[in-house]
Design a binder for this molecule. Structure first.
Ligand code: IMP
Ligand code: MG
Length: 171
């Protein structure tokens, strides 16, 4: 049986999300913010984060998937395109976790073709150990050196997304 070791509590997540939401609110004053969540992993973080952003903004979703088990397949599959017009607008991409950075690199490349005025990245977890692509995470809630984590939207083979806090998964 896989073992789940508590890593980040609900309280810590709430505190950080509030802090990052306030920062985004300040930074995007006067801009045309569209918060774009990357499915599926970001859905819980996205829902909490946007409720901490107190300027007017719009929300969209894009789908990308690269993982099977605990390692990247290297292949990124786009499963959903944005619905909103992003041209000339200020896009904030929201990811659950940036690991190798390959998913985001591909996603940014794709988004750039839609000609937004700006693209920034917000991630719940910035996991630096295996970074391959040059990705600058503008807003990171937590940094992690290594390990495979689940909960609060993050899955292992589609399980554990429902856990309210973040756990280290030991197989
Ligand atoms: P990357 O392309 O290697 O940066 O992979 C990013 C995606 O892999 C994330 O959006 C997650 O869906 C998944 N992922 C990477 N590390 C973890 C982890 O520790 N737990 C759960 N999913 C992860
Ligand atoms: Mg995943």
């Amino acid at each position: 049986m896989p073992e789940l070791i508590p890593l980040i509590s609900q309280h810590e997540i709430n505190e950080k999300t509030r802090e990052i939401g306030q920062k985004i609110t300040q930074d995007y004053k006067g801009l045309d913010l569209v918060v774009v969540g990357v499915l599926k992993g970001s859905f819980i973080f996205l829902a909490d984060l946007v409720r901490q952003i107190s300027i007017d903004h719009e929300i969209d979703l894009v789908g990308a998937s690269s993982y099977e088990g605990t390692s990247s397949t290297g292949q990124i599959v786009f499963t959903k395109q944005p619905d909103l017009e992003l041209k000339g607008r200020d896009v904030l991409l929201v990811e659950d976790i940036v690991d190798t950075g390959r998913t985001l690199a591909k996603m940014i490349e794709f988004m750039q073709r839609l000609n937004p005025r700006s693209i920034k990245i917000c991630a719940l977890i910035d996991k630096s150990e295996r970074r391959e692509a040059q990705i600058n995470v503008d807003y990171a809630c937590f940094r992690l050196d290594e390990g495979f984590i689940v909960g609060y939207g993050l899955d292992y083979n589609e399980k554990y997304r429902n856990l309210p806090a973040i756990f280290d998964l030991k197989l």
